[in-house]
Ligand binder design. Structure first.
Ligand SMILES: Cc1ncc(COP(=O)(O)O)c(C=O)c1O
Length: 558
């Protein structure tokens, strides 16, 4: 063969190899695309780009009451109901609202939550006429009391922290402080109470080691960092819609000014996702938030996104357990760290958290919220090989994680009270028939709502609820205001997430049920759920899209 022929052959060979490599890359890319959820939440970059295009507009007073095309008599009925509610809010919650207005000028968080309680088109008018107080003065049993002396049944669950009842945490903090008083807030050295916490945590989590942090967000950061360090791979997989705190890599979509380059957001409960996990070589870990079992691939439901009635939720424990088992098998096969983020569900669904509840062991588990016994906390538990932060044979190759307040003696004291309580017969009893109790309560409420022909249905994962709406409507977000008027306290995400503490008695729950139904009846009476054959979730979305485009075009012309 001549030199010329050899060179030509080599060229062909190189070209063929390059083409094959390109095809292979394309194939991988397609696999990745297929594993993305079709919703915007599954396409973080596109969601961020689109979000940046949405212009602000709002309804004037007339349109506020008939944005769905309701006839004048319905709009009048709504207005009358709204004005009545507004008068009640302004008198009954006067002091709480006055202090909130004073604080809001200086607290950016309050401005944010105030603005995002309801869809933005309705927000300013609602804020003005139905102001929400952000202050409370006391708690007792399952109730909290505002600055005007109004007592509410607490459905906020203190963002999920309150599992055992506020009374328990008050005592845990006091008794815990007593335990560590002699040392006080000395940071760096440990108080000996930490030893027992570690022992109990290892036993409960079924893991070898523990690290302490200050919040759930930090615990997740550390778990992901450890997975990247030990696998020497770059990417984390999170599932569409799942919340893991507000750190950038786990919040790649709306809310984060920067794109997250090393995050894959994939479909949960999907074989397409398993295929990606099986074939890619850059995946360090898979993050699971087991709360998503209530609405797989759905974002954390908040009433500001309640544009229509398409919010759905349904918990199928067996299906989710089967999914986690498949995930476990693939992660083991591919040496990917499986991380359960149990900051929310840990100690709420079972003593051993989601691992016990679904019967699947993770490689790393994060806890937070209630574990601090009422004080701020984040914890990572994991296998020794994954928790280690340095390499014996490479002294400069470390995985750094420190924090001034980690292992704070007062937090360790309160945590010790919490963990101790779980060891007692009363602590064990908390979890006895837990799902049976909460499923029955949910069923009872749903039956009562159905009996009154009210367009509401509640879905639950144990003691965690989401309110769904069964009739197309633009006004479901109003329900949170009727609930508050009936003495039911919600967090700023409104009816998206109701969280019960486990010390609710049947009597307490019955009172909540009655108030809940009364609120829905009042809202129905005031005409907010007016329906018409042409009013569908689709037509509502289309109308909002039209308004948005019109506003954008109009704004550009100005
Ligand atoms: C599953 C999950 N992970 C992480 C976090 C963040 O925890 P923190 O608010 O303590 O930072 C939360 C908070 O709600 C959570 O629910």
């Amino acid at each position: 063969m001549t030199a010329w022929a050899t060179a030509t052959l080599a060229l062909y060979g190189a070209g063929g190899a390059a083409a094959a490599a390109s095809l292979f890359r394309l194939h991988r890319r397609l696999e990745l695309s297929r594993a993305k959820h079709r919703s915007l939440a599954g396409h973080s970059r596109m969601a961020r780009r689109l979000a940046a295009l949405v212009p602000f507009y709002e309804y004037d007073e007339a349109r506020f009451f008939c944005a769905d095309g309701a006839p004048p008599e319905v709009a009048r009925c709504r207005r009358a109901g709204f004005e009545q509610l507004s008068a009640l809010y302004k008198t009954r919650f006067a002091e709480s609202v006055r202090r909130t207005a004073e604080a809001a000028e200086s607290i950016s968080d309050l401005q944010f939550t105030g603005a995002y309680r309801v869809p933005f088109q309705f927000s300013r008018y609602t804020r003005k006429h139905l102001p929400s107080g952000a202050f409370m003065q006391s708690s007792e049993g399952v109730t909290i009391t505002d600055l005007d002396g109004n007592r509410f049944y607490d459905l906020t669950g203190a963002y999920g922290v309150n599992v055992l009842g506020y009374g328990f945490y008050k005592e845990a903090i006091e008794r815990g402080a007593e335990q560590v008083r002699a040392l006080g807030p000395v940071l760096g050295p440990y108080h000996p109470v930490l030893l027992e916490n570690v022992k109990l945590l290892k036993e409960i989590a079924g893991q070898d080691e523990v690290s302490f942090h200050m919040s759930g967000t930090e615990a997740v950061m550390q778990a992901v960092r450890l997975a990247r360090y030990h696998t020497r791979r770059s990417h984390l997989v999170r599932f569409c819609g799942a919340y893991h705190g507000w750190w950038g890599d786990v919040q790649p979509g709306i809310g984060n000014p920067l794109p997250a380059h090393e995050t894959y957001t994939l479909k949960e409960m999907s074989t397409d996702t398993l295929r990606v996990l099986r074939t890619r070589h850059d995946i360090a870990c898979v993050l699971v938030n087991p709360l998503q079992a209530l609405h797989p691939n759905g974002s954390a439901p908040g009433d500001s996104a309640l544009l229509d009635s398409s919010r759905r939720a349904h918990f199928d424990k067996d299906a989710y357990a089967a999914w986690l088992k498949e995930l476990r098998a693939v992660c083991t096969e591919r040496n990917i760290a499986l991380i359960f983020d149990e900051v929310f569900v840990g100690f709420r669904v079972a003593r051993g958290g989601a691992q016990e509840y679904f019967g699947v062991r993770a490689d790393l588990v994060t806890y937070g919220k209630t574990l601090g016994g009422g004080l701020p906390i984040g914890v990572v538990c994991g296998r020794h090989e994954l928790m280690k932060r340095f390499r014996d044979d490479r002294p400069a190759d470390i995985c750094f994680a420190r924090g001034s307040f980690n292992s704070h003696p007062y937090v360790m004291g309160a945590m010790n009270e919490f963990l101790h309580h779980l060891q007692t017969p009363a602590g064990h009893a908390i979890y006895h028939d837990l799902d049976k109790t909460w499923n029955a309560r949910t069923q009872r409420l749903n039956d009562a709502l159905r009996a009154e022909d009210l367009p509401i249905e509640v879905a639950n994962l144990s003691s965690i609820w989401t309110v769904c709406y069964t009739r197309p409507s633009r006004y479901n977000w109003m329900f949170q205001y009727y609930l508050r008027a009936e003495g039911l306290a919600l967090s700023w995400v409104g009816t998206g997430r109701l969280i019960f503490s486990l010390n609710y008695t049947e009597v307490d729950f019955e009172a909540v049920l009655e108030r809940f139904v009364a609120a829905a009846k009042a809202m129905q009476r005031d005409g907010w759920w007016w329906s018409h054959p042409e009013l569908t979730n689709k037509s509502i979305k289309r109308a909002i899209l039209k308004e948005t485009i019109a506003r954008r075009v109009f704004a550009r012309g100005q």
